[in-house]
Design a protein around this ligand. Sequence first.
Ligand code: ZN
Length: 513
Amino acid sequence: MARIAVGGFQHETNTFAPQRATWADFERADAWPGFVRGPELIDAVEGFNLPIAGAVKTLAGLGHELVPLCWCSAPPSSHVEREAYEKVAGHILDDLAAGGPLDGIYLDLHGAMVAEHHEDGEGELLRRIRVLVGDRMPIVTSLDYHTNLTPEMVRFASAMIGYRTYPHIDMAATGSRAAQLLDRLLKDRRPLYKAYRQIDFLIPLVWQCTLMEPAKGIFALIEDIERGSDRSGVPGGSHNQGIVSVTHTPGFPPADIKECGAALVVYGHDRDAAEAAADRLAAAIREREAGFAGKLYTPDEAVIEALRLAKGATKPVMLADIQDNPGAGGTSDTVGLLRALIAHRATGAVIGMIVDPEAAEMATAAGEGALLECGVGAKIGYAGETPVEAQWRVVRLGSGVFTGSGPMYGGAKFQIGPMALVTDEASGVSAVLAAKRIQAVDQEMFRHVGVEPAEVPILGLKSTVHFRAHFQPIAEAILCVESPGAHVSDPTELPYRRLRKGVRLRPLGPVHE
Ligand SMILES: [Zn+2]
């Protein structure tokens, strides 16, 4: 039995987005728990599809004593404010110092956090922890699929394990795998050799999905490389030679930092085997560069095609509003797709979530059946947009408190209200309003305001890829739409200043100079 500190600090930073992450954003609950510190952490994360939940369960099951630090996350946005970063990092350092003798540390990190004063948020945190606990302490972290994996993170963590799915259905499972690896490091007492590679092109999120090629094949290869040394499913298993663990993070392109982009790290006891595996995986990714591509529709093209496909269809045609994804820093209140649905009179179409606290509160005050006395969306005014003025009838209200049921957010206790379903009387187009920024990833978000997603002819979703976990099985077709949003999908349109030179800004795209 070992004494293991457990905690987490998650943020995905789109440095080009309009809103920053404040301390209040970390403190507040959304789909995930709010800031929690000390013994109450254990109960607070239980049952969530989160790495910390999987790690806690596995470490406790292995008989280890847990020393809870703190855990928090904030919705993806621009930079984490200095005050918020220092507060959370300070709590982690203080609690590690006060936690008594420790044998190991597990941290639930995202891997794409940029603070106002440190562009490598996780690398800096791990550096501080390493200074405090010394070189010999095993520190294992889990990482999001969208990690921008930096040399500092690789250097200061003993080992890191990333998600292997996008949509991320393996979050808790990844925490569990990290816990097993930490347990193994404690028993082995052998340091791991690290083979790290960066990939020299950025991959737009929309083409990173593991439900399709080429990401699907790359992650199958990763499983093969790991299984080459062990077939038990436990990273590294009982073999002392060869590969212990392989992580590839396709990266989070809208982050103007030096080390932005896809990378990989192979951990092993044998230097040559780890280097060879890293070369093999890097070559496989580079060979597939041209495959990270597909069609994007303008809002008008998308709605016209959706209306055509919806004729005679029994399932909804889905329009993914990929650039206004709040899960990647979007405001979730842009109205390009909503305006196109109205302009083409897509009667029966529903779009969600339009995050508009003012309209959601006014709808609640007005009551079901009343007319809404304000426009919908575009309250932040991204790209110069203005709210959509129409005869918005308040059809259904919701508190915004409900439990998710999909593969990714099943069990998540959403608190995103107040919510409302409003319908434009002229066109028959509806919008689901929410007060808190949240990605359209779970069918319960629609059911909560009386919409059964499978029965809608055209469904607009503010999401890039995650919606596919719960919505793709009920879709007639999915069209990806390039409408205004702060998650600019094509990195060649972003004004990078800090990104290292020589990186191709998209697959087969121009080189950043
Ligand atoms: Zn992610």
